[in-house]
Design a protein around this ligand. Sequence first.
Ligand SMILES: [Zn+2]
Ligand SMILES: [Zn+2]
Length: 419
Amino acid sequence: MSTVTDILAGYAALQAGQEAFYKDLHQHPELSHQEHRTAGRVAGKLREYGCTVQTGIGGTGVVGVLANGPGPTVLLRAELDALPVREDTGADYASTATAKDAQGQDVPVAHACGHDMHMSCLLGMVKLMADHRDRWSGTLLPLFQPAEETGDGAQGMVDDGLFKRIPAPDVALAQHLLSGVAGTVLTRPGPFMATEDSINVTVYGKGGHGAIPQHTIDPVVIAAMAIVRLQTIVSREVAPGEIAVVTVGSVHAGTRSNLIPDHARLQLNLRSYAEPTHQRMLASVQRIVRAESQAAGAPQDPDFDTVGSFPLTVNDHVTTDRAAAAFAAHFGDHAGEIARQTVSEDFSNIPNAAGVPYTYWALGFTEEKTYRAAERAGRLQDLISNHSPKFLPPLQPCLRTGTEALVAAALAWLAPAGS
Ligand SMILES: [Zn+2]
Ligand SMILES: [Zn+2]
């Protein structure tokens, strides 16, 4: 028997406990930066499985160290946080939780992105690896980050001295439930998820009476000119064929028709798949809005406030090929490729800070019959997606597949026992 098959033979004994743990997390979701109970539950399990555990990194972040002799160090990431979503799945273990969000509003909370499943799979993997220390050599770093949904949790752990507190990894791995058939494991080398920036821009003018425009500097006109010219970033500055998006999703200025306001506010959203493009777009936004303000004779330069950003996720080719080969060997035709995603992730901040390669793969979560029917009808967009109130991956085969994928991938790096 291969080492992977041998280690995974222990799954049957683990399954009932893993499903119960998952349901418990699912019924007790916590918002980004508030994951105290979840972090405590995860840390408890890591200790039970023989890990040395560090807690409170970057807020609620938890990392286990399972040292098992000489060999490579493999970091595996899961996320602790849930979303302000009212679950509407009808499951008997559905969440009815509520919490106060960062603005102090009462909101419903649910694990509508599957982070509860990622955590359960990673803990299951650690348990199996701990039970078979005789079959591998090296170090595992199961890492549970806070606040993935707000995009600042991974960087928060790095800034809090993550790599002073744990050994440096040789490679970093992560997985996520994404659109696909439940039970499949899907990889993609190269650019996989977009970088995203949300930027609030304020342009300044000089307010006054709508009947005396010559005594004012109208920020509404500055904003309008800037919005039109921002459209030329993608059409005139980004190479044709390269994917980039600049959206002005919100414009606010003034209160009534005969009053020229003294400022206008824009909210911009930018996405791209290559760092040089990303940097050029950021610079172009500033250049255009500044220049339009100057053209109007604005009394003050515009303000730019980045209120959220996600880094680019670019899967290292060699690392991804190695994981994909391990998946093909273990999952056969349930291993495959996935298209580039327009969503964003902050995981890459961790391997980038350590200067190590990474790969991030997808786990399908839609029942095969449902997925194939939608595919035949050309209606894949109608399937329930992450962040939907109806998002609910089937317990199986998802928990088993996610656990097996982590074991198979980690063993592609770890040394065989006794080496
Ligand atoms: Zn999400
Ligand atoms: Zn997620």
